[in-house]
Every structure is written in structure tokens, then in C-alpha cells.
Design a protein around this ligand. Structure first.
Ligand SMILES: Nc1ncnc2c1ncn2[C@@H]1O[C@H](COP(=O)(O)OP(=O)(O)OP(=O)(O)O)[C@@H](O)[C@H]1O
Length: 240
């Protein structure tokens, strides 16, 4: 579903993503971990087309989408959420979600787009909110809205950027169950996440970045016990 070959993104002299290679099979749920500033969001930006890579290739479902525009990558079946929610606050939740039914994997218009939006809102527990401005929703509901918007694009590959951050323990349990329900439908998920409880519950596989490079990739239990991963998180030198 996703193949990344030597992806690199430089900002001036800084390699935010440094020759990263990995692939994710259809239906996999993989966690993308790493300390702050290690390049996780930049990598998601390369996959979603928010930023063009400086080098390397990105294939989605076997198609080379390197450097393609974000709307074309969305049409290829990639949807994402953002670390800081990016909703259209003056539109209703339903209108927010309809936008992605229009620009998603398959373009839908009018009543069909509305129907898809309503189904996505119901799926994340936001039904009944269709008349209010999205900006009036609580933080949690705005996060749900982002997820509904991603789902309404009918993605094959869903990129989650710390979607669970900021939730209280009850909300976290609900959030984990929600993400699990998507993965059970066969959507491939790559999720940046700092909450280890969520990573252990949802991701059989983890990838870890540090200073732009991929430093670990494997079964979650093994990766989290890897001394290099622990050292990266503690900010110690490589061989600590
Ligand atoms: N648009 C940009 N211009 C310049 N530097 C950038 C840009 N975006 C990211 N960076 C830098 O690239 C590096 C990686 O940032 P990135 O946001 O990808 O890390 P991250 O692992 O997602 O961190 P966090 O967990 O804090 O979100 C950081 O040093 C950051 O300052």
C-alpha cells in the first residue's frame, strides 16, 4: 500500500527526513514513533503531498506519487489528520466533511456527498451536530470531525498525526476503540503517536525515527525494548 524509498526532505542544511525507506502492506496498522523534531510529521507531509521530497520515491498502491500534488494523492486514496486540528470553523461539521467526500478517493457530489458525510460523522459519534458551526465544537469533537473528514475521503491509507493526543483517559479508550474499528475494515493506517498505551493496543508494528533517520522497524514489543530506541527517547548518545 505504501512504499517509501530513500525519502529525504531538507530544510536549508537540516535533513528533517534522511534517506528513509520502508513499506507498509495493505491492512497493516503501523506506529511511527520518535522524539520531538525527529521528522515524523515531515514524513507524513511527504506521503500526503503537503511537501515535495528533496529526494527518494514514494509509491502508493504501487503507483509512483513522488512530488505529486496533495489533491492527486488524496485521489490515490490517502487521507490524513493533522497534529493541530485544521477544520473550517465557520462551516457546519457536515459541510466540513462533505468537502472531503468531494475531494477524496472517488469524487461525490450533492446528496451523495452529504450522505457520505453523515455516515462518517455517525461513525465517529458526531451525528446530531449537523447544524452547528464546526468552530463551536469541543476539542474532542473537533478531533472526531477531523477523523470523519478523513474517513469521508474513503481512504485506503489513513495517516494519523497524534490523533489521540490531549484526550483524557476515558476519551483515550474511546479513541483507541474508534481507530481499531477502522483498521478492522481493512484500512491501512500509519499513525504518529506518543501514547505508548495506544501504540501497544493498536500497532503490531512500529517504526522509530531519530534526527530524520529510521532507527528501528519491527514488532512493537521488540522495538520498544530496543536500547537504541530507548536512548533516542531519553536524548542520550547513540551507544548509551
Ligand atoms: N517547514 C519547515 N521549515 C523548516 N524546518 C522545518 C519545517 N518543518 C519541520 N522542520 C524541522 O524539521 C525537523 C523535524 O520536524 P517534524 O515536525 O517533522 O518532527 P516531529 O518528529 O513530527 O516532531 P513532533 O513530535 O514535535 O511533532 C525539526 O527540526 C523541525 O524544526
Amino acid at each position: 500500500m505504501l512504499e517509501i524509498r530513500n525519502a529525504t526532505k531538507t530544510f536549508g542544511g537540516l535533513a528533517a527526513v534522511d534517506r528513509v525507506s520502508f513499506s507498509i502492506q495493505q491492512g497493516e496498522v503501523a506506529g511511527l514513533l520518535g522524539p520531538n523534531g525527529s521528522g515524523k510529521t515531515t514524513l507524513l507531509n511527504l506521503v500526503s503531498g503537503a511537501l515535495p521530497p528533496s529526494g527518494g520515491r514514494i509509491l502508493i498502491a504501487g503507483r509512483d506519487m513522488t512530488g505529486k500534488r496533495a489533491d492527486l494523492i488524496a485521489r490515490a486514496g490517502v487521507a490524513r489528520t493533522f497534529q493541530l486540528v485544521r477544520i473550517l470553523p465557520s462551516l457546519t461539521p457536515e459541510e466540513n466533511v462533505m468537502v472531503s467526500a468531494v475531494f477524496g478517493a472517488v469524487p461525490h457530489w450533492g446528496e451523495k456527498a452529504r450522505e457520505i458525510a453523515r455516515a462518517a460523522l455517525a461513525r465517529v459519534g458526531l451525528d446530531g451536530h449537523h447544524a452547528r458551526a464546526a468552530g463551536d465544537l469541543t476539542y474532542l469533537d473537533q478531533k472526531r470531525l477531523e477523523l470523519a473528514r478523513a474517513l469521508a475521503a474513503e481512504p485506503k491509507l489513513l495517516l494519523l498525526d497524534e490523533w489521540l493526543a490531549g484526550l483524557n483517559p476515558t476519551e483515550l479508550k474511546e479513541g483507541i476503540a474508534l481507530i481499531r474499528s477502522f483498521s478492522e475494515t481493512g484500512i491501512t493506517i500509519l499513525m504518529v503517536e506518543h501514547i505508548m498505551e495506544a501504540v501497544r493496543a493498536l500497532c503490531p508494528r512500529c517504526l522509530v525515527m531519530n534526527s530524520g533517520a529510521l532507527i528501528a522497524d519491527g514488532p512493537t514489543g521488540e522495538v520498544l525494548a530496543d536500547p537504541h530506541v530507548i536512548a533516542a527517547y531519553l536524548g542520550e548518545v547513540e551507544d548509551a
